[in-house]
Ligand binder design. Structure first.
Ligand SMILES: Cc1cc2nc3c(=O)[nH]c(=O)nc-3n(C[C@H](O)[C@H](O)[C@H](O)COP(=O)(O)O)c2cc1C
Length: 201
């Protein structure tokens, strides 16, 4: 059975971010996967890098307890999906903290070059954007995000070969225009199908 971990970051449980995570999770469940959902806000995750994190990074202290709990959930997963709204052309602070504190040295990668805990897993980074995917891909910002998040962080450091960025784009929070609603529904359906297909591999 495939183990899927869906991580979402939005303060509003009714947000499109959480709905997008639910769509992926529903598809994966329909394909028989064991699905674990981690809502970083519900979990009370603190993204702020602490002295304990630094001590652990320097090899002078244990992994902080709240970090270890999430690392266990990441380790169990075959497929990891991280869903977040783009704020100011990058990931929100909550997700940055997930990378800084949890996807850390000694867990996700090792200075010795020994593979980390994420190596060989499948990772999808689902970004919700006000702008269009076409704009992101043509204006350099998409390339920067792909380079930072996928190519450098996930693939080069963490050994995740099967990493992809997925856009849910052209969003306007609270917009009830039927055309836009239809476009969003199609994108949510695409995520459901993606969840189903990745859980069946
Ligand atoms: C603080 C903030 C910054 C944002 N910055 C960007 C941005 O740089 N690029 C973009 O395409 N959309 C940006 N947006 C729009 C959101 O990404 C978009 O509305 C998305 O749908 C939010 O997800 P949600 O509907 O789940 O809240 C921003 C929204 C907020 C609240």
């Amino acid at each position: 059975m495939t183990n899927v971990l869906v991580i979402t970051s939005n303060p509003d449980p009714g947000s499109l971010t959480d709905t997008a995570g639910d769509a992926f999770a529903a598809g994966a469940r329909a394909a028989g996967a064991d699905v674990d959902v981690l809502d970083l806000y519900d979990a009370g995750f603190s993204p702020v890098y602490t002295l304990a994190d630094r001590r652990h990074y320097l090899g002078r202290g244990p992994v902080p307890r709240d970090v270890a709990v999430i690392q266990d959930r990441l380790e169990k997963a075959d497929v990891i999906v991280i869903v977040f709204p783009v704020y100011w052309y990058t990931m929100p602070a909550m997700v940055k903290g997930l990378f800084d504190r949890v996807i850390c040295r000694g867990f996700a990668y090792n200075p010795s070059g020994e593979p980390g805990a994420l190596a060989g897993k499948t990772v999808r980074v689902v970004m919700l954007t006000g702008g269009s995917q076409g704009w992101y891909e043509s204006d350099g910002v998409g390339e920067a995000l792909d380079n930072q998040i996928r190519r450098q962080t996930l693939t080069k450091y963490c050994g995740v070969e099967d990493a992809k960025i997925v856009y849910v784009d052209n969003l306007v929070s609270g917009d009830d225009d039927p055309e836009r609603r239809r476009a969003v529904a199609e994108q949510l359906e695409r995520l459901r199908v993606m969840g189903e297909s990745l859980a069946s591999e």
